[in-house]
Design a protein around this ligand. Structure first.
Ligand code: NAD
Length: 365
């Protein structure tokens, strides 16, 4: 009896204590649609995306496409991927008949984005394609047209378009807090290692630093200024022609002119470390970010003070947002569709043209 009484007393006490505790709200369980994704090309970046997707509610890794059987086995074990959702580059067109996969995320070397995207679209799947979406504007246009014809969405892996501090600078610009935007500087580069890697092979990379890392400065110039450039001038320097063969640029400096009168000065390089910096200047204020496009945390400040928005793993937020764009037709603040990617390719074509001719090249979309 005593023990029962003491048990009840304890129970009553603990129940009372429970009621006195501040109420912690359980996070609502997500029960909306989920984008089921197959990753193609299981290299460095695909690994990063797959790890980040573990934290997604709206996107799920359900399939893989790889030319290496041992990687398929390893990934099946790591991510619990069903045998029927595993493909190689010869048979992945049959993904068409697989109801477990809504979208293919193309993360192969640059020159393969065009054929891989077109095959995935023809198999009736939405496509997410890594940057640069292609190796020329012509290819990019064909990818956009094919996806439109197949009635599937095409999105480009512009992860910075969802990054909270970047979006705050864009919000400030749109609210007029910088006044008229006059100048942007984008410095993007790293010192590349192994000379045998595909990034230094023109046939697979489509170019050099400009395709890989310079595109961040270029795309950044567009989303920071908020306009598409109308002319470009560009200069190339090459200190190591042995490592950076013909058609593979080591360092390019380029300048862009915008319709509103702003100018941008950008640097793209495979030969310098610690280059990841944006600076935007307007009549009433400025923003500076360093690092500006790395995996983060992004750091930055404006004339108003430090940017304090939280760091969220870029690939997690990207996949959550892309799920909403594809399945719920959500409109992102900065576009990530094929046309956005095609514009970057038009500008990259013009950068290479300006390097070749030494002339100011008009950009026509
Ligand atoms: P990686 O070399 O690590 O991986 C490439 C994968 O493609 C490998 O698994 C390789 O086996 C496979 N592949 C298939 N066919 C191939 C072929 N014919 N030749 C060579 N490899 C072949 O490269 P990565 O760093 O993962 O880059 C892949 C893509 O992702 C590139 O387009 C790159 O620009 C992009 N990327 C984007 C970001 C970003 O932050 N958005 C970061 C890194 C890479």
């Amino acid at each position: 009896m005593n023990s029962r009484r003491s048990f009840l007393t304890t129970l009553a006490g603990s129940t009372l204590a429970f009621h006195l505790l501040p109420k912690v709200q359980a996070a609502p369980v997500y029960d909306g649609p989920v984008l089921r994704v197959a990753l193609m090309g299981l290299g460095g970046y695909a690994n990063r995306v797959a790890e980040a997707m573990k934290d997604c509610k709206k996107a799920k890794l359900t399939g893989i496409i790889s030319g290496t059987p041992s990687k398929i086995k390893d990934w099946q074990q790591r991510y619990g991927i069903a045998e029927k959702n595993c493909y190689n580059y010869d048979n992945f067109d049959t993904i068409k008949n697989n109801p477990d996969i809504d979208a293919v995320y193309v993360i192969t070397p640059n020159a393969l984005h065009h054929p891989h995207t077109i095959r995935a679209a023809k198999a009736g799947k939405h496509v997410i394609c890594e940057k640069p979406m292609a190796i020329s504007a012509k290819e990019a246009k064909e990818m956009v047209d094919t996806c439109n014809k197949a009635n599937v969405k095409l999105l480009i892996g512009y992860r910075m378009h969802f990054e909270p501090k970047t979006l705050e600078v864009i919000r400030m610009r749109e609210a007029g807090e910088f006044g008229k935007v006059l100048f942007f500087q984008g410095l993007c580069g790293f010192r590349i290692g192994d000379p045998t890697q595909w990034r230094l092979n023109k046939a697979l990379a489509g170019g050099g630093s400009m395709m890989d890392i310079g595109i961040y400065a270029l795309n950044g110039a567009r989303y920071m200024v908020g306009e598409d450039p109308v002319w470009v001038t560009a200069q190339e320097t090459k200190t190591n022609p042995e490592k950076f063969k013909a058609g593979v640029d080591e360092t390019i400096q380029f300048q862009l002119g915008f319709p509103g009168g702003a100018v941008a000065s950008c640097l793209s390089t495979y030969n310098m470390n610690n280059l990841d910096r944006f600076f935007l200047n307007g009549e009433k204020g400025f923003a500076e970010m360093q690092p500006s496009t790395g995996y983060g945390p992004i750091k930055g400040r404006t004339h108003k003070g430090e940017l304090t928005q939280p760091h969220i793993r870029h690939q997690t937020i990207q996949m959550e947002e892309m799920a909403d764009i594809i399945l719920q037709h959500k409109k992102p603040i900065v576009p990530v569709d094929g046309t956005e990617g095609w514009k970057d390719m038009v500008i990259i074509d013009a950068v290479y043209e300006a390097v070749k001719t030494g002339k100011k090249v008009p950009i026509k979309y």
